[in-house]
Design a protein around this ligand. Structure first.
Ligand code: AMP
Ligand code: ZN
Length: 662
């Protein structure tokens, strides 16, 4: 009995020492003392012929496995939505702010003011731990989010992970297994085969059938989520972090909150620099809404929580030099700085230009001419300058902020962090860009009216406003360089054809600030006629889901502007025939649709609404009565069944075309 008690005592004592050493980084005793106690425990366990479940001797890993078992997670482990640029973070924040505002207008029980938690995005392997009755009962990988692989023995070799915790409930927690850079370095000093990358080294170690390999890599783990907690009392992220800490899980000390996009942006930049100074790999920043009730109401898409977003950094950092700064005028007159760079290769693309966003950005990041800067590029977005390598760099020159429009020389004005050219009437680049938008596919859809052609029309035919596009004649076109008979006729035909336009496309074509394609569609559905929309009241607009105060104000101001109003009248006088949604409403009457798989551009609800508005029925199961099956990625049995029954199948792209052609 005495020996049993001594064994229990030693387990508890050694676990306490480990916790202080590995999790708190604050050792209580030196390694030698620890080893003596550890050896004593090993001998006692041999003598008594038993090992307690939370004994540190369990951390050696055990036998080589023949394969990984599967495990169903108690709750889906979601991936994260990604922001490719800060603008996307900003619009995510805006969207959530509008959501909360709208929600609070219509609900008694208000949501709290939004607060965001900003943390590191750990770059390792996601691990999921189950604790039952206080003991670590299972560890798994994320797998596909629903089913993971069992890696309990591998995970037990990670010293900072508690084998036993205070709370006795059924718990699943999520974190990231990582190989600290210092572990990687040490490992490489003593091993023939060198590990190149800490992320792959960690993932390879955890998903290794031999736990001894896992152990040899000295991994660590940080936790950021309670994925399941029986009778949970947790109301927000802050409480959740506290819960994790109280149960001795390792939580990273970088855990900050922000109340606005501007505050978030500062933290992103802070982490961008910090990530070079810490012992673990981070590949970005994760931003989460603090309040759990808000999270619940926002919910999830097929793959992601709507209440969190990841802003990812490029794996490698690229630096180059700013040679000069060019100022460009956009569609709305906004004048934005673009840095002209010493060309640099990033992911097989030569980057020569990068956006500097606005004046505020230039000042905050302390970018100057000749500055050596970090550049970030990700798919489909304009490269961005993230910061300067050395704010005290010599031989740099301040970037001059223009006072006059680089094109029309009008005096610029400042609004918030942006500067604008007020000359919306005759500032050529503004006009060209507005016309490009006007002619684009989802607006008036004028085939052949490219930016180059428009520049030509403005220059040679002296066109000064959008509506004058409809006055262009074939003869005039044929006087232009490169325009022969056929090409001219085609363009004239396209211009003429565009006069028949759906209300939604017409609304989009107007280029009202903040109003995109989807919103245009919703507005058309709601107002059903251009006149009604044009005269909509602010109070009325705000009532529409997805339209917040900002958008509503933009719409009202847009139509209140005398010049805009006149030019719309003049445009309408060219014989524009706007087709109201009623006319196409019943186009899908009596048709039954089934949606399956994950769609990219719509949520299920959005698409259901669109189809229902067209008179279609959206059903959840495929039968002989089904007319169309719209399928996205990972479509399962419904797709198979539809194929079997010979039902017409549509991809998302085909559906878009189908709807357009109605
Ligand atoms: P990705 O693997 O790039 O799709 O990013 C999503 C993954 O990031 C999640 O499944 C998590 O495993 C991981 N991750 C790393 N750090 C965090 C964090 N602080 N919060 C949430 N997820 C994180
Ligand atoms: Zn101008």
């Amino acid at each position: 009995m005495e020996k049993q008690e001594r064994m229990e005592y030693l387990v508890e004592l050694l676990n306490k020492y480990s916790y202080h050493y590995y999790t708190l980084d604050d050792p209580l005793i030196d390694d030698k003392e620890y080893d003596v106690l550890y050896d004593e425990l090993v001998n006692l366990e041999k003598e008594l012929g038993k090992i307690l479940p939370d004994s540190p001797t369990n951390r050696i890993g055990g036998e080589i496995l023949s394969g990984f078992e599967k495990h169903n997670h108690l709750n889906t482990l979601y991936s994260l939505g990604k922001a490719q640029s800060k603008e996307e973070v900003r619009s995510w924040v805006n969207k959530n702010e509008e959501f909360v505002r709208n929600y609070n207008k219509t609900h008694e029980e208000k949501l709290p003011e939004l607060e965001f938690c900003v943390e590191l995005k750990f770059d390792g392997l996601t691990i999921n731990l189950t604790y039952d009755n206080g003991y670590l009962s299972m560890a798994t990988t994320r797998g596909n989010g629903v089913i993971g692989e069992v890696i309990t023995n591998q995970i037990k070799t990670i010293q900072s992970i508690p084998l036993k915790i205070e709370d006795k409930r059924l718990i699943e927690i999520q974190g990231e297994g990582l190989m600290p850079l210092s572990s990687l370095e040490k490992y490489n000093q003593t091993h023939e085969v060198k590990l190149k990358n800490a992320r792959n080294a960690a993932a390879g170690a955890i998903r290794n059938l031999d736990p001894a390999v896992t152990k040899s890599r000295n991994l660590d783990a940080y936790f950021y989520n309670v994925n399941y907690l029986e009778d949970s009392e947790l109301e927000n992220q802050a409480q959740m972090i506290k819960f994790l800490k109280e149960n001795h899980f390792k939580v990273h000390s970088y855990e900050k909150t922000a109340k606005s996009y501007e505050e978030i942006e500062k933290l992103i930049d802070e982490i961008f620099v910090l990530r070079n100074q810490i012992d673990i790999l981070t590949d970005g920043v994760v931003i989460k809404i603090n309040d759990f009730r808000t999270r619940e109401i926002l919910g999830y898409t097929n793959k992601f929580p709507r209440w969190a977003i990841a802003y990812k950094f490029e794996p490698e950092r690229f630096t180059t030099v700013v040679k000069e700064v060019e100022w460009n005028v956009g569609r709305s007159g906004k004048v934005t700085p673009t840095a002209i760079l010493e060309p640099v290769e990033i992911g097989n693309v030569t980057v020569k230009r990068a956006t500097l966003n606005n004046i505020d950005d230039i000042e905050r990041k302390q970018v100057k001419i000749n500055s050596e800067v970090f550049v970030r590029r990700s798919n489909d977005v304009i490269p961005e300058i993230m910061g300067v390598v050395d704010p005290n760099q010599e031989n740099t020159k301040e970037i001059e902020i223009p006072h006059n429009c680089p094109y029309c020389h009008s005096e610029l004005f400042r609004n918030g962090v942006h500067i604008f050219c007020p000359n919306s009437m005759s500032c050529v680049p503004q006009l060209v860009k507005r016309m490009v938008h006007f002619a684009s596919r989802n607006a008036m859809n004028i085939d052949g009216l490219s930016e180059k052609t428009l520049e030509l029309l403005l220059d040679k035919l002296n066109i000064k406003s959008i509506e004058e596009i409809y006055d262009v004649t074939k003869d005039k076109l044929m006087s232009l360089e490169g325009f022969k008979e056929k090409k001219s006729q085609n363009l004239i035909n396209a211009i003429s054809k565009s006069k028949d336009v759906d209300l939604a496309n017409f609304i989009f074509a107007l280029g009202i600030p903040e109003i995109g394609e989807k919103t245009s569609f919703e507005l058309a559905q709601k107002y059903k006629s251009f006149d009604k929309f044009r005269n909509a009241k602010l109070e009325d607009l705000i009532e529409i889901e997805d339209i917040g105060e900002i958008m509503a104000k933009e719409i009202v101001e847009f139509f209140n502007d005398e010049t805009i109003s006149q030019s719309i009248d003049s445009l309408l006088s060219k014989g524009i025939n706007i087709k109201n949604p009623q006319e196409i409403d019943k186009k899908l009457d009596g048709k039954t649709f089934v949606l399956t798989g994950s769609l990219i551009n719509y949520s299920r609800k959005e698409l259901t609404d669109i189809l229902s508005n067209l008179g279609a029925k959206v059903s959840s199961s495929v039968s002989k009565k089904t007319d169309y099956v719209v399928y996205g990625e990972k479509a399962g049995s419904k797709l198979d069944k539809a194929k079997e029954l010979g039902i017409e199948l549509l991809t998302e792209e085909e559906l878009n075309k189908f709807l357009k052609d109605l």
